[in-house]
Design a protein around this ligand. Sequence first.
Ligand code: PHE
Length: 351
Amino acid sequence: MVDLRELIQKVSQAKDKSELQILKTQFLGKNSQINQEFKKLGALTEDERKAKATSLNNEKKKITEAINYRLKELEKSEINKKLQNDKVDITLPARERPNGKIHPVSQVIDEISSIFSEIGFSVAEGPDVETEYNNFTALNTPENHPARDMHDTFYLHGNKKILLRTHTSPVQIRAMLDGKPPFKIIVPGRTYRCDSDQTHAPMFHQLEGLHIDKDITMGHLKGCLDYFVKEFFEVKKIQMRFRPSHFPFTEPSAEVDIGYRLENGRIIVGEGDKWLEILGCGMVHPNVLKNAKVDPKKFQGFAFGMGIDRLAMLKYGINDLRSFFEADFRWLNYFGFDPLDVPTSYRGLSR
Ligand code: PHE
């Protein structure tokens, strides 16, 4: 006979679910005592069998009930233990966290992208590590052209074939080889030259513009830049002058200055008796178009390149370029922008 009380007591003392499972197999499984007794029923007389079967079933039911009961108990205490461990003290004071700010360079890139997207430019990108071919040769700057030392280049691997791009102009080549004309793109990005002082950093940011179509002229270039400068500095009138210049990849080439005046040591952009250079530009040289598999007899257009950091310094009154790259949180907290305040032309660009 099974000692029912003993079994039920063992079940009710099972420490955890796995111990309970072992007891279950032991008491009700194939080799359990109850099962053996069930097997012996056949040898009994009918009356004896009935009585014995009823009592065995009864025992089985009681054991099953005890197991289920203990299982519920164990589950409940498991949940309670978990809740106990996950307890949060809601009376603790909140930890103060510094608010993140958008860097002025990122802000200005967003502002510029927004301004140019209003007149149909899309944003393209290229790698910082460039081939010497894309950075110079394809841009009509042959091997011993003096323009190659105009840029003090960071070459990689010492073989002069791979370099850190000295301007965003190689993306002109990449973009044109990548698609079919017309092209109307701006390219913001990092650029590198061996240079470092208050107004030059070895890594800085440029924005390239490229518009190639069937009848694009210098007039379009002027209109486009006039629109951009006014929008960017958020002024109605701007004095701008195009000074003849030279770049191997444009013909004719120009540098653009904007007028400004000083008020209490601050630069006020718009009008005045002083000039500040902000970009280089020109009509894309036919050789560049040819190198980029664009037929210069059918297509032409302009390109420009400007220093983004320079523009950010001017607009937001920051006077040392190096502070941009020092990652000083106090500086960023002062000059940075609210992450939720995304610049758009219609809502206002800056604070
Ligand atoms: N790439 C030139 C520079 O870095 C700027 C430029 C771009 C000039 C496109 C003309 C056309 O100075």
